[in-house]
Design a protein around this ligand. Structure first.
Ligand SMILES: *Cc1c(COP(=O)(O)O)cnc(C)c1O
Length: 224
């Protein structure tokens, strides 16, 4: 396995190129290292390489890593979160990237001690295997969530399908970006919606060109 530091160097170069192509500043991009496949040792190597944001998609993985590293880094919960597990993560994360239903919003609101930054997960591609709201359900959902005062909608998140077709990927990311802009323009107090969490190891350059502000990299950065 390559050193995380070496992987990071290559990824930073690629981020730079994608930003140059799309006239963006690399400082706008938050790189989240997804440690779900790897050990504590490899996670430590990731932190030592300079990664300040880590993502986990399962409660058990999150707790294992959080109990070890605590607040040395910012934590992002990126996977489906069961309602009964909300109380075990909500106090210790910087952002929840997978808000996808009212029952979850209600439970987060009930359990949290202060406001929680959330991304609404959108199933742009319409694949049945993917979690998230259908695009045309997103705005009504965000309007309904206004009554849960601790929910702060900071942006939208999607997972693109596992395909090589770059035009199709670009289309998926572009649609999420358009939806984000529409919501942002509404200037809802509980939904500034300024961020886009999109782009993984296979597609982050395209995601950046389409406006991603948070990319989530597991296999190519940390390992799998
Ligand atoms: C696993 C995972 C990632 C990282 O995937 P890679 O392809 O390994 O970079 C990103 N986002 C979510 C939601 C994931 O579950």
């Amino acid at each position: 396995m390559m050193d995380v530091a070496e992987n990071l160097e290559q990824i930073k170069f690629n981020i730079g190129q994608a930003c140059e192509k799309s006239n963006r500043n690399p400082d706008e991009i938050t790189l989240i290292g997804v440690t779900k496949y790897v050990t504590i040792e490899r996670t430590e190597e990731t932190i030592n390489a300079g990664i300040k944001n880590l993502g986990e998609n399962r409660l058990e993985g999150f707790l294992e890593k959080f109990n070890h590293f605590g607040n040395k880094v910012n934590w992002h919960f990126i996977g489906t979160l069961q309602t009964r597990k909300v109380k075990d993560v909500i106090h210790n994360i910087d952002a929840l990237h997978s808000l996808d239903r009212i029952s979850l919003a209600k439970e987060v609101d009930k359990r949290a001690e202060s406001n929680v930054d959330c991304f609404v997960q959108v199933n742009v591609s319409g694949e049945e295997s993917k979690h998230g709201l259908e695009p045309d359900k997103v705005i009504p959902f965000i309007e309904e969530v206004a009554k849960y005062e601790k929910i702060n909608i900071v942006g939208l998140m999607t997972m693109a399908p596992h395909i090589e077709d770059k035009n199709h990927l670009r289309n998926v990311f572009g649609k999420l970006a358009d939806l984000k802009d529409t919501i942002q323009q509404k200037k809802l107090p509980h939904a500034p919606c300024e961020y886009l969490s999109m782009g993984m190891s296979n597609d982050y350059e395209i995601a950046i060109e389409e406006g991603a502000t948070h990319i989530r990299l597991g296999s190519h950065l940390v390992g799998s």
